[in-house]
Design a protein around this ligand. Sequence first.
Ligand code: SAH
Length: 364
Amino acid sequence: MDEPRGRRKPPRHLADLSLAERVEHAQELGLPGFRAKQLSTHYFARLVDDPGEMTDLPAAQRDELVADLLPSLMTPLRTLEADRGTTRKTLWKLFDGALVESVLMRYPDRATMCVSSQAGCGMACPFCATGQGGLQRNMSTAEIVEQVVAGARSLARGEVPGGPGRVSNVVFMGMGEPLANYRAVIGAVRRLTDPSPEGLGMSARGVTVSTVGLVPRIRQLAGEGIPVTLALSLHAPDDELRNELVPINTRFSVTETVAAAWDYARTTRRRVSIEYAMMRGINDQAWRADLLADVLQAYGDWGWVHVNLIPLNPTPGSKWTASDPADEREFVRRLEAKGIPTTVRDTRGREIDGACGQLAATEE
Ligand code: SAH
């Protein structure tokens, strides 16, 4: 879907397939089906990446299965650390040379992986580093999942300060527009939430899909029966400004987009998160806080929504900067005065270009 034509596809990988499909593959190779389950346990439960450790698989079968179902998908080019090693950003090179980023953020009570879903992005939001380079290609399900598995491995092996741990949350807030790569992203969400060893066995509540607001896709996502958290990158409560900041708004207006988000909350009973990057003098006026609250309050205050303010991470060459702290405080105050729960995002990893896309952009 939405795949540029005439290009080679990423290698097929176990994480692209359901357990039943993996079993079929093993059988096509003339191997017993349970070998596929053993291989799945190595990948998803034991987080093994060295075939030499898969000692329950006879060597010849192991080589065949690994070649067929565990091809190498990506190599790390660079890892940057911040926050005393608890924030780790990795720049990955995919099989065709495309570059993507993922970020692992460890907190005292959880560990979040921020993953990319496309190499580049076609949404062209002018304040976003990734948006400046356009879309290179969609990532495959396995390429998305592998970013999480890589983070899970480093946590399990105690490579991140705080002792051995697990990935508790995944946010689709790296490069790309996840709902523009719908099929692969849904596949990845299934693999993350499928019980082990079909998948990683995470809770759907721990998964957040962030979108510019592709309205038909939001409605489709609501019907999947996987109650992931939806984050909507609104950034402006009025069409005039949002048309500029999030150009897809010329297709789906603020009203249509917020209505789809509300429907999502109603159907899934999951609270929607409204993302709002605070840009000095652009979208941070007190009247826009009032308007934002009114736009959201139009659907009642049964707890369907909260606002997450993100201090803008300025991108090279951009004319925009982060809001004045006093303006940010007033913005929060006005939203809360109208009953909208509001948080200000903690900006992890600023010094390593926390706004995803900046590392890949400088590399190119
Ligand atoms: N395409 C998805 C995921 C993108 S990244 C989406 O738009 O939601 C996740 C969030 O980071 C989005 O809310 C995006 O608008 C925001 N973002 C992008 N560039 C930023 C920057 N320079 N500073 C702060 N937030 C930024």
